[in-house]
Write a protein that binds this ligand. Structure first.
Ligand code: 5GP
Length: 222
């Protein structure tokens, strides 16, 4: 290739290890909307599909929204070491299947997680996942908005909604355990903020494999 008489080399392709992007928030803070937008706009990240013992809601698809299993099957998954983390949330078990996630990371593909603070803590304390973890906590702009969003959803029975509002305060108290905090006042802005985090985190030295050889090549005039 010629550029003003100068010979230019093609841009190098440095391999990268995938990262684990965790988005947590109290229900109703807009996490699902942000996740969807992110997945639509970025082809190098996919959503980890959790296993759960909670009943399927109308419109949910087994294997897409969750892998719906019974208590016994969930316990077997734990016993077989198939879950990266698991926790009881709102009276039901939720867990992250291990195999697909580790495979993606090894292939340089990023994985998005919608898990609660308990699962995030487990991933952060596990030597095999700690370095790959990028944690983001999403807060609602104010309590009225949180209440409105929970009511607008109305996919759950009224008492579940009430229970979730009580739990929201407890969940929000864990914001300190996350690296990044987004106050979701405007969806588009929040999506842009998550994308900025992702772009920067992808450039972290530790994730870029083969840098030593690349720099060595620069020295050697490659
Ligand atoms: P929902 O039942 O509304 O889909 O989810 C309830 C809560 O469970 C949410 O806070 C969500 O982040 C959390 N959750 C979903 N999947 C997992 C998982 O695999 N592990 C953990 N620890 N939490 C999860």
């Amino acid at each position: 290739m010629s550029d003003g008489g100068q010979v230019t080399n093609p841009a190098p392709t440095i391999k990268r290890r995938g990262l684990m992007l965790v988005l947590s928030s109290p229900s109703g803070a807009g996490k699902t909307t942000i996740s969807r937008a992110l997945l639509e706009q970025d082809s190098n990240i996919f959503m980890s599909v959790s296993a759960t013992t909670r009943p399927k809601r109308p419109g949910e698809v087994d294997g897409k929204d969750y892998i719906f299993v019974g208590e016994d099957e969930f316990q077997s998954m734990i016993d077989r070491g198939e879950l990266l983390e698991h926790a009881r949330v709102f009276g039901h078990m939720y867990g992250t299947p291990r195999a697909k996630v580790l495979d993606a990371l090894n292939r340089g593909i990023d994985v998005l997680f919608d898990i609660d603070w308990q699962g995030t803590q487990q991933l952060g304390n596990d030597g095999s996942t700690e370095a790959d973890l990028v944690t983001v906590f999403i807060l609602p702009p104010n309590s009225k908005e949180l209440e409105n969003r929970l009511h607008r959803r109305a996919r759950d029975p009224e008492e579940v909604v009430r229970h979730r509002m009580e739990k929201a305060a407890d969940e929000m108290s864990h914001y300190r355990e996350y690296s990044y905090i987004i106050i979701n006042d405007d969806i588009d802005e929040s999506v842009g903020e998550v994308q900025s985090i992702l772009r920067a985190e992808r450039l972290r030295r530790e994730r870029q494999l083969g840098l030593h050889e690349f720099v060595q090549g620069l020295h050697d005039g490659a």
